[in-house]
Write a new protein. Structure first.
Length: 441
């Protein structure tokens, strides 16, 4: 049997509805082993570049996992006619190490495998979209080709996407997007250094500032491991930049319901990392591109604030106000130490931050912190909380000096106003970053 590469789709980066995909697009010589009576409901895209050392093992693991899952899920063999089935689509950017050729050599052994070789186009995000354009499934997924995304998480993600379809009572909501997240229960990273963690969280905070209604919808917007329902992105013209395809899906798709599944990000076993400073620049430019074109108006889900947690956060913040005011008075008032206002404010703010962290950790976010016992984890939560509040302190000082020095408002009233503004700032970021410390596993 002759096996051929999937033709690379041309034109705009737009995913069609299943009904508009032609027969020739779905079935070609390479796909003869997938009977036309079978319905492909899940298409998993694996974008690759110089992954020849990883590909054979990855395809073997994915095939065994998904064959077993579909057999158990639907109580039938995936090879029999009329079954619901899946496909794996390798999209390679003409790798110098001939990753695409390795994929072609695997085709006789894996009937659900398809291979696309792109020449002229490059980039992870566009590779994923080209793969989706050629895919047959109503559920579209993506997983890295370097084994840093654990394949076993796919079964939990598929359960989220398929439960509503096969629920006879119809009381399970239809999930449009399932994201594998490092920042929910069961999630983490294997061996990240301090700098990498700061860069990751800093990028997320920047995203919250530029596109709050997009980035804030998921706990891990930097994830490259997710599934989306075709109908949620069909006929939406994508215009991605860089590696963060999830942001494009959230920003341009019709995503109503989102679910998340925890996973532990693994270290690369073979090959070299492709993360460079260019990816961070592309990320910022991508955010600005989405923002400038007004795509976030497509996000329909309204911001929901957990009022009970907010009230607790507010009460803790109120205790911090008294602490801050007391320390500021003791340090800056002419009847006491008489220090300068800025220096006194820095110290009083940090003491208030420590007070607020302890109460929030023991009360406001107790349900989360109780799962991360030990002083080591508590110190890490404090450093994270302090990092967020550091921006708030800088904002507080700017507001205080502006109100006091330029508007000539009483220094204590000016400080109270500044604290109120910064409290909203701190709650917003702590809410979106979930008070979680990514676990090392």
């Amino acid at each position: 049997m002759l096996y051929s590469l999937i033709p690379v789709p041309l034109g705009n980066f737009q995913i069609n509805e299943l009904s508009s995909i032609t027969e020739s697009e779905l079935y070609n010589e390479q796909n003869l082993s997938i009977e036309q009576k079978q319905q492909v409901i899940f298409s998993l895209i694996v974008p690759t570049y110089n992954e020849s050392k990883n590909l054979a093992h990855l395809v073997e693991v994915l095939t065994q996992l998904l064959d077993s899952y579909f057999e158990k899920k639907f109580d039938q063999k995936v090879e029999s006619n009329g079954d619901l089935t899946y496909e794996l689509v390798i999209v390679d950017d003409d790798s110098p190490d001939l990753t695409w050729q390795v994929g072609m050599d695997l085709l006789p052994c894996y009937p659900k495998l398809r291979v696309m070789r792109r020449q002229g186009e490059k980039g992870l995000s566009t590779a994923v979209i080209r793969g989706w354009q050629a895919a047959q499934g109503e559920i579209l997924g993506v997983i890295d080709g370097d084994l840093q995304h654990p394949p076993e998480t796919l079964t939990q993600m598929l359960d989220q996407m398929l439960d509503q379809r096969f629920n006879p009572n119809g009381d399970i909501p239809n999930v449009d997007l399932v994201v594998a997240s490092r920042h929910v229960e069961g999630g983490g990273v294997s061996d990240w250094g301090f700098i990498r963690r700061v860069l990751s969280r800093g990028a997320q905070m920047l995203g919250l500032l530029i596109l709050p209604n997009v980035i804030g919808r998921v706990s891990d917007p930097m994830s490259g491991y997710f599934m989306v329902r075709r109908s949620a992105i069909a006929n939406c013209t994508m215009n991605p930049l860089g590696y963060k395809i999830l942001i494009e899906v959230l920003g341009r798709g019709q995503i109503d319901t989102v679910a998340e599944v925890g996973y532990v990000f693994q270290e690369r076993q073979e090959g070299e990392s492709k993360v460079t400073w260019r990816q961070y620049v592309d990320y910022v430019l991508h955010l600005l591109r989405l923002r400038s074109r007004g795509r976030i108006t497509k996000i329909r889900q309204k911001l929901q604030v957990p009022m009970q947690r907010f009230l607790r956060f507010g009460l803790v913040g109120l205790s911090g106000v008294f602490v801050d005011m007391m320390i500021l008075y003791l340090l800056s008032d002419v009847s006491t130490l008489g220090w300068g206002l800025t220096r006194s404010k820095i110290i009083s703010s940090e003491v208030a931050v420590i007070n607020n962290f302890l109460w929030n950790d023991l009360w406001t976010f107790r349900d989360i912190s109780s799962q991360q016992v030990g002083w080591h984890n508590r110190i890490r939560r404090f450093l994270k909380f302090n990092f967020i509040c550091l921006f708030g302190i800088a904002l507080n000082i700017l507001i205080l000096n502006f109100l006091y020095n330029y508007l000539h408002i009483n220094q204590y009233l000016a400080n109270l106003i500044a604290i109120a503004i910064v409290t909203i700032w701190n709650f917003w970021f702590n809410l979106k970053l979930s008070w979680r410390v990514t676990q090392t596993k």
